[in-house]
Write a protein that binds this ligand. Sequence first.
Ligand code: ASP
Ligand code: MG
Length: 408
Amino acid sequence: MTVVQKYGGTSVGSVERLRNVAHRVASRAIDGEQVAVVVSAMGKTTDDLLALARDVNPRPPRRETDLLMATGEMVSSALLAMALGDLGCPAVALTGAQAGVFTDETFGRARIRGIDTWRIEEEFSAGNVVVVAGFQGQSPQGDYVTLGRGGSDTSAVALGAALNASQVEIYTDVQGIYTTDPRIEPKARCLKDIAAEEMLEAAQQGAGVMHPRAVELGLLYDMPILVASSQAEFGSGGGTIIRREVQMEPENRVRTIALDRDVASVTLRHVPDRPGIAAQIFGPLADAGISVDTIVQNASELQLTDLTFTVTDDDWERTQEISKPLAGDLGAANVLFDRDLVKVSLIGTGMQSGPGYAATMFRSLSEAGINIELITTSEIRITCLVRADRGDEAVRVLHSAFELDQEV
Ligand code: ASP
Ligand code: MG
C-alpha cells in the first residue's frame, strides 16, 4: 500500500524535529508500506526568504521570488532524506519538478496540472522512501513555480491522488481539526471527523489548519485526509479525518466555527441605481486580479443604492486605488473603507435541513451586545461580519450557544 505523509514547517523546524520525523517515516516504511513524504520548509524559512528578497529589491520579480522560495522545501527534503539514510532507511529526495509535479505558469500561486509519477514509482521499486519538496512544481517553460502560501498540503493531496494512496496524512503542530480555534476558546473539542465540504468552507473562512485547495482536491478525488499531531503515535486514533461522507451529528449540526481576520470592506454610498453599475465596479477589480468575497447591495431608495463588498488585506491597497476614482466616475456620494472587521462563520452540513440556526446565531450575538455589520450565507454556512475587537468574544458566545464543547 502507498501512504503519503506531509510534515509542516514546525514539525521539521529543527535538526531534532527532523530526526523525530525520520523515525516516524522509517517505522512506516519498515511495515512494508511505500511511503512518499511531502515536507514544508523548516520553520519560518519561507518568510525569511521573502524578507531577504525584499531587502535586495522592494518589488522582487515573481519568477525569481518563486525560485528563491522553492529552495526552502529543497533544504528540508534533502535533510530528511539524509536523516532517513542515517537510520538505515533508504530514501531519496526529489524537488517538485523531479517528482513530476507539472503546473501552469502563474508564479506565486500556480495550479497543479498533473503529476507524472514514473520517477517516484521507480524509486519505490528500488525500495526507497521518496521525500518530495512541497509547495512547488515545474511550469510548462521549465521554471520553478510555487503553489501559494501553505501549498505543501496541496502538493501532498495531489500526490496522494496521483499515486492512488489509501489516505493522505497531514502532520502538524495541532491535534487535528477543532470545533473552533482552541487559542480563542479553550473548550474547543478536537473532531474525530469532518465532511470535506465543511472543511472546505472552514478553510476558506479562515481556519488556517489546511490549504483550501488541498481540501478541494481531496473532495474531487474522494481522498480521505488525516490531520494529526506530528507528536502523536500513528494508529492511536488521534487526529481528524476529512472525508466525503461523514455521519451527521443528529442533535447538533454546527460542526465548526471559523474566524477570519483577513477581511476589509468597501462601501459605496448612494450610487445611482441603473443597469450595469455592478459590472462597472467589479470589472476593473477583476481585471486587477482582485477577488471580491462578499457583495451586498441594498434595496434602492430614490434610485440610489449602497453597495458593500469585502476583499482580503493583501488586496486592500490596490482596491482603494481602484475604487476611489471609480466612486467619483459613478457619481457615488462617498466611499467608506473599513479594515477593522472580522468574519465569524458557523459551518455544518446539517444546517441546510434544519431551521433556526441563523435565528440562534443572531440572538446570541445580540444578547452579548455584538453588532452584526453584514450577513452572508451559503447552504452550509452562516457568516457575520463584526467589529474586529469583538471577534474572539463572538466565537466564544456561539461556541457555547451551539454547545460545541459537548460531545454529541
Ligand atoms: N513553506 C510554504 C509556506 O510557508 C509552504 C507550506 O509550508 O505549505 O507557505
Ligand atoms: Mg500549513
